[in-house]
Design a protein around this ligand. Structure first.
Ligand code: ARG
Length: 458
């Protein structure tokens, strides 16, 4: 296929170089954004009398027919084309004749690609946001069923204090909520149209960038033409938001993997979201969670690739920037796939409440409450801590827990102990009394859950 830029060349491009240069195999993903961008551009050109209304209509009709033919499968991408922009323009000229050659007036592929790519990133961010809101809903619904489910809370992966399982789940809901706000921030920051920056310096044609921006759903246009074509911060913003989503999914996945192990047995995944082993008949593996954990590395890699591509690039456009797309496409595809599998995996899982409670009864996770009990009766906290530590040390040797002591035995350590100590160290009391703002007490947890309900319904 003859290159659109063939004019000043005597020889055609070497085949290997041509293949190396071509981006169609991956940027064809942006066909829709490219065509919609061109339709807006053609509309603006006629509104500004750069082309006639009739010409604009011919271009728009041609572009619309290309879009529908790609979508219904009758038009295949010609692998000989250099990129999606060249492909669409060549196809347009094939369909509508010489008028097609007017589309690229007052435009360059530099502002065109920046626009298509930004539109793609915006669309994908919206899809990720929808998936995240759905996941938050699943997490909150699970929390709702588990306000009074007692489990050990951990620090250093050692049993620390009893908590409500809902409190633990809502910690993740908060992370995902911040992820949504990061998406919103990134979206708002990138919502400025590069088109009209032209190659790098703007154009002599009397264009109106406000018109194009409005038609394409941008807040406004990029303020500086050089920045307009050189900026890929928006891709980094998106990738960094995606990386943090994966961080959160990965931490959650790690817990799912632990909880579904025989050592914990806190959670059972439904058969639809677990796999077996080809050799060990007893196995039920949490492959989905492991894959999500594994794919996190991939998304971090995408972020690093993008940052490294941009590092040291002189202004304005450089062909290096063609390398910006695959990492972004990969990250979006990966994150969407992870969110799509994680939400139903969690929704269909079964919480093994009795095992959580059983685990809470071991490990002296009510020791803090025992010390607090003494403190509230006037014993200085450090002294109370030491008394409780001594009791725990003795009980470990006897393979007993605090609840096993009689009141007389308690009194042998301190005569401040009364029979109400049993109420104070009861696991349900321990959880429910932590009603400080944001704490694990049932009423605080319910308050958090209610706040979330209004959040994801927005
Ligand atoms: N395929 C190119 C890219 O993805 C489009 C822009 C080409 N611009 C240029 N001046 N060669 O970056």
């Amino acid at each position: 296929m003859e290159k659109m830029w063939a004019g000043r060349f005597e020889k055609s491009l070497d085949k290997t170089a041509d293949d190396f240069n071509s981006s169609l195999s991956f940027d064809c993903k942006m066909y829709k954004q490219d065509i919609l961008g061109s339709i807006a551009h053609a509309t603006m050109l006629s509104a500004c009398n750069v082309i006639s209304e009739n010409e604009s209509q011919i271009l728009i009709d041609g572009l619309e027919s290309i879009l529908s033919d790609i979508e219904n499968g009758t038009l295949k991408f010609d692998t000989g084309a250099e990129d999606i922009h060249m492909f669409v323009e060549a196809e347009l000229t094939k369909r509508v004749g010489d008028v097609g050659k007017k589309l690229h007036t007052a435009r360059s592929r530099n502002d065109q690609v920046a626009t298509d790519f930004k539109m793609y990133v915006k669309d994908e961010l919206s899809s990720v946001k929808t998936l995240l809101l759905n996941l938050i809903k699943v997490v909150v619904e699970k929390a709702e069923e588990n306000v009074e489910t007692i489990m050990p809370g951990y620090t250093h992966l050692q049993r620390a204090q009893p908590i409500s399982f809902a409190q633990h789940l809502l910690a993740y809901a908060n992370m995902f909520k911040r992820d949504v706000s990061r998406i919103d921030d990134a979206y708002a920051r990138m919502n400025y149209l590069p088109l009209g920056s032209s190659a790098l310096a703007g154009t002599t044609y009397p264009i109106n960038r406000n018109l194009t921006a409005e038609k394409l759903g941008f807040t406004s246009y990029t303020a500086n033409s050089i920045d307009g074509v050189s900026d890929r911060d928006f891709a980094v913003d998106a990738l960094s938001a995606l990386s943090l989503i994966m961080t959160h999914l990965s931490r959650f996945s790690e817990e799912v993997i632990l909880w579904t192990s025989w050592e914990f047995k806190f959670l059972e995944l439904s058969d639809e979201f677990s796999t077996g082993s080809s050799i060990m008949p007893q196995k039920k593996n949490s492959d989905m969670a492991e894959l999500v954990r594994g794919k996190t590395g991939r998304v971090y890699g995408d972020l690093m690739a993008m940052l490294t591509i941009l590092k040291g690039l002189p202004l304005a456009y450089n062909k290096d920037m063609q390398e910006d797309k695959e990492c972004v496409f990969d990250a979006f595809d990966t994150v969407k796939a992870c969110l799509e599998v994680f939400a139903p995996m969690l929704a269909t899982s079964k919480v093994l409440k009795e095992n959580m409670l059983l685990a809470s009864k071991k490990g002296f996770i009510n020791a803090t409450d025992c010390a607090d009990y003494l403190t509230k009766k006037g014993v200085p906290f450090r002294t109370a801590y030491k008394i409780t530590g001594t009791i725990v040390g003795d009980l470990i040797k006897q393979n007993k827990v605090l609840e096993d002591l009689t009141i007389e035995e308690f009194k042998a350590y301190s005569n401040v102990f009364e029979s109400d100590v049993f109420e104070a160290i009861d696991l349900v009391t321990c959880v429910n009394k932590r009603n400080s703002q944001g704490g694990t007490g049932f009423s605080e947890v319910k308050k958090q859950r209610n706040d979330f309900k209004t959040f994801y319904q927005k």
